[in-house]
Design a protein around this ligand. Sequence first.
Ligand SMILES: [Zn+2]
Length: 506
Amino acid sequence: MSLGQSLSIALVGLTGHVISVEVDIADGLPGYSLLGLPDAALMESRDRVRSALVNSGEVWPNKKVTVSLSPAWMHKSGSGFDLPIAIALLAASGKIPESRSAHTMYLGELALDGRIRGIRGVLPSLIAAHKNGIRIAVVPDANLAEATLMSEMTVIGMDNIASLLHWLRTGERSHVQELPLEDSSPDDSLDFCDVAGQDAARFAAEVSAVGGHHLLLIGPPGTGKTMIAQRLPGILPPLTREESLEVTALHSIAGSLSSRSPLSTTAPFISPHHTATRVAMVGGGSHQIRPGACSLAHRGVLFIDEAPECGVGVLDSLRQPLESGSITIARSVGSVAYPAQFLLILAANPCPCGMFSGRGRNCTCSSQQVRRYLSKLSGPLMDRIDLRVEVEPLGRVQLMESELNNSSADIRKRVVRARDIARQRFSLDPWKLNSQIPSRALRTQYQPERKAMTFLHSELDQENISARGLHKIMRTAWSIADLASHERPTLEDTERAFTLREGVGA
Ligand SMILES: [Zn+2]
């Protein structure tokens, strides 16, 4: 037998395609050729595969070796094909039974000493393999935690090629690693009961979680803006299994799973620095197109501190994902779409020096500087922000009262209950969250109570709010009404929504 075969997966974005790896060993001048649009990292596989096999006690065939990855037209990248190539090569030289190599999927990079190294994108690869009827997969031990999420498949973790070959030849496994599959609870170290005072901001966070309303926090440094944002994932409803798989798959492709437990059901929290580039924010890259911060925050929170300091165009790049819930990145190798549905939390100082407050003490900025600074937070992106809250420095009395605050677990219960009410109300509508109610529906079946509308119309007539602002207040009022189990937003709910929107004069 001089022909061997194994299976692997090539990823385009989150979508995986089954790749058949074939190796032919023929008499002739010793050599090695690799066919099927490989990239540079894949071209180097020969040296890794050869050293790994030789250092694991195998014999490299002194013949003409041809490796073909099909379908041939598809671009293939990365080092994850090392392992399937090695397996097909050993099958071609008759060193392992064909029956074990041909129907199993292999993923992994080989180190020169024969160790199997972890790679990116294992979970989305397994999801694709399962869809294509593959039942057994061999993955690097390092990726076993995320791979185990794919409980429908038999997934075997291996950390070196010698023990893999032992298993293929005898069916015996030298060690079996057991992994716990329980869902992790939210990080207890980040609880809302630690946030002192800031009633308005804490209430805004709760409303934001209920209706998926994007939030802007304005206040001097050290007033707890970051603390509040970090605690938001803990009050969002836990992710379902499907959502957790999707989030883990995105983090797997980005290679950022180390910062997140693969089995976690807590919504992700991503906070890019304000110096982040456009590519870091929305995704990109020249060879492999990687998801950006907005996709890593999918089904969770994207927090940008000191938002006015962001580079030109960086904040605006978030418009597409905010409008469509996904981001499409086009490159010469093709275009890739990644999901990006996130709750956006922006934080800003009130002025460049950060010390400006209602009393104006200690601030050294000119009024023109203050205006120019805050004007960066305007334009189309701000049209997507429903809630604007001012965070003030705390007095001593407020700090003393902080023990009375609600815990994240209590708030989360209220959020989940309010979301259930909204889900039932929207059972016949294409949207699920209050922040997604279209303007037309707000003017017809989703109007607040009559008194509330009278209040809003008088604010509109006095030009205290714009027509767009009016719709935002109505959406927020629905979330406040759901928290209070009101059938329809009351005047009081609507006034509170008005305060959460217009809390900052701008
Ligand atoms: Zn200032």
